[in-house]
Design a protein around this ligand. Structure first.
Ligand code: PLP
Length: 404
């Protein structure tokens, strides 16, 4: 008897931890040192969580033994509400907040509750690929709207509007964006909100990098511009608070709930079915959002992350045929490898060859649903020396890849 995977997985793809990572793991087991620039996981690169958050978890460990309420501890949900009120989101209360085992679980719940087979969801290209994968897993059809590299990777409004159909149910906004590092200005967000308003679409706004901002970038919450629309905002402790291993995230619903009572019932059933999010992570959420957690020190001028981002952008732009729009937020660079210079036909193969030759692990642009084999994503978390070494090796490898 052969056990085959379900047909539901036919279009599901998550290349951030895909076959190239398996190869890297194999090389490591055989004794190679691999420089991993593939996953936005701050802690292993020396970005520790704010100590007061860790202390709060330890102090509350005894109280974290049992299941909590399905939506989460009231104190944590109240802290989430205060956080989003400070960001200008109105009409929210703890009843519309759900704590999850990371934003990942909540993406799953929000879409499972929404989509019937064949329903469409508008997603950015490039995107954080979990969104696309989950739409497919839920029987939906991911429809990608293009982001424009020449406009700092802002979403192409005409493309969004042109792709709305009678089956469209929601627009996903990832801001700051993974993988591009774009931070959307008010006008861009207002225009997206207007499309949602015109076509009665739900807004799903992933704001997990909202506190990792460079230079003068300002983060504007989508929901703050859409008090009249149903909006789910996603955030958590994995990035700004460097606590990815705690699996602590939340989503908060805003807008007219009367228009969404059946959907809310669906989300509540799913929240009940998974019983609750891990309780120590919920205590971490209370402490992080109450104490402010010192999260802002990550990208101060002269801070490590800012310096690393500047180094990556400069070194990449120095390579002939490589151009990188400076990220204004998040933990990544998404450079373009000019096809006139580098004839890459299969970007997964390219990333695998780079791994084998130079022991550097990146993720190919197509892993983020980018439609051309001409981008890679580089995580900017390693120390400057490691990044300099890595980009030097990428440069050397690219020299061997050039068209004659
Ligand atoms: N959303 C985006 C845009 C991400 O980049 C990530 C992780 O890289 C996640 C969600 C997943 O976050 P979590 O660790 O909270 O599940």
């Amino acid at each position: 008897m052969e056990f085959t995977q379900s047909d539901k997985l036919a279009d599901v793809c998550y290349d951030v931890r895909g076959p190239v990572l398996d190869e890297a793991t194999r090389l490591e087991a055989a004794g190679s040192r691999i420089l991993k620039l593939n996953i936005g996981n701050p802690a292993p690169f020396g970005f520790s969580a704010p100590p007061e958050v860790l202390e709060a978890v330890v102090a509350n460990l005894a109280d974290a033994q049992g299941y909590s309420d399905s939506k989460g501890l009231l104190a944590a949900r109240e802290a989430v509400v205060r956080y989003h009120l400070r960001k200008g989101v109105t009409g929210i209360d703890p009843g519309g907040v759900y704590l999850g085992n990371g934003v990942s679980e909540l993406i799953m719940m929000s879409l499972q509750a929404l989509l019937n087979n064949g329903d469409e969801v508008l997603l950015p290209a490039p995107d954080y690929p979990l969104w696309t994968a989950v739409v497919s897993l839920c029987g939906g059809r991911p429809v990608h709207y293009l982001c424009d590299e020449s406009a700092g990777w802002a979403p192409d409004l005409d493309d969004i509007a042109a792709k709305v159909t009678p089956r469209t149910r929601a627009i996903v906004v990832i801001n700051p964006n993974n993988p591009t590092g774009a931070v959307y200005d008010r006008q861009v967000l207002e225009n997206i909100v207007e499309v949602a308003r015109r076509h009665h679409l739900m807004l799903l706004s992933d704001e997990i990098y909202d506190r990792i901002l460079y230079e003068d970038a300002e983060h504007i919450a989508t929901a703050a511009l859409a008090p009249d629309l149903v909006c789910m905002t996603f955030n958590g402790l994995s990035k700004s608070y460097r606590l990815a291993g705690f699996r602590a995230g939340w989503m908060v619903m805003s807008g007219p709930r009367g228009h969404a009572s059946s959907y809310i019932e669906g989300v509540n059933i799913l929240a009940n079915m998974r019983l609750c999010a891990n309780a120590p992570g919920q205590f971490a959420t209370v402490a992080a959002l109450t104490e402010d957690g010192g999260a802002g020190d990550l990208v101060l001028p002269g801070g490590r992350l800012r310096e690393q981002r500047d180094t990556v952008v400069k070194l990449l732009n120095d390579i002939p045929g490589v151009s990188c729009v400076p990220p204004r937020g998040a933990l990544y660079a998404f450079p373009r490898l000019d096809p006139a210079v580098y004839p890459i036909r299969d970007d997964e193969r390219f990333v695998l060859d780079l791994l084998l030759a130079e022991k550097i692990l990146l993720v190919q642009g197509s892993g983020f649903n980018w439609p051309h084999p001409d981008h890679v994503r580089i995580v900017t978390l390693p120390a400057v020396d490691d990044l300099t070494d890595a980009i030097g090796r990428i440069d050397r490898f690219l020299a061997s890849y050039k068209r004659p």
